[in-house]
Design a protein around this ligand. Structure first.
Ligand code: ZN
Length: 150
């Protein structure tokens, strides 16, 4: 059992690709979102801010038009550990992302703390900005785009 990733929470994608990635990271025993390892595991362009990395999710929820990740730059796992400055910057980034990408509706979610209770596969604190794609043929008209929160 890794302190950084939770293999039990990586099964949501039916193709199994993400579960394999998380299994490999667990074997290495490192945090995939810590700056020293982020670029090994994350191949999307990164925008660096004072407190956050801003990037596309490598494994976006489907079907989505946008799935952005805001990854806290230092290793914390609970929102209680966020500084007021990091909260302020998070809001600034949220506004820039939703305005700049014309995200007129979407979901902002940040799981925190013990991954046993959150459904998160990576314990390092990060937030998601997700806009679903109701026009995609794979969009479920009843369930919509679903994501695990517990
Ligand atoms: Zn970390």
């Amino acid at each position: 059992m890794s302190a950084y990733v939770n293999e039990n929470n990586s099964q949501a994608r039916p193709d199994g690709i993400y579960a394999n990635v998380i299994r490999e990271i667990a074997k290495e025993g490192v945090c995939p979102f810590c700056t020293d390892h982020l670029q090994k595991f994350h191949k999307k362009p990164l925008a660096e801010r004072a407190y956050w990395w801003v990037t596309d999710n490598m494994y976006p929820y489907k079907p989505s038009k946008h799935h952005r990740l805001l990854i806290h730059k230092t290793h914390i796992s609970h929102m209680n550990e966020l500084s007021p400055e990091a909260w302020t910057e998070l809001l600034e980034i949220f506004k820039e992302e939703t305005t700049g990408r014309n995200i007129t509706g979407g979901t902002f979610i940040m799981r925190f703390g013990d991954t046993k209770f959150t459904g998160a596969s990576v314990s390092h604190l990060h937030a998601h900005i997700v806009q679903s794609d109701p026009e995609d043929a794979a969009y479920d008209k009843v369930k919509g785009l679903t994501m695990r929160i517990g």
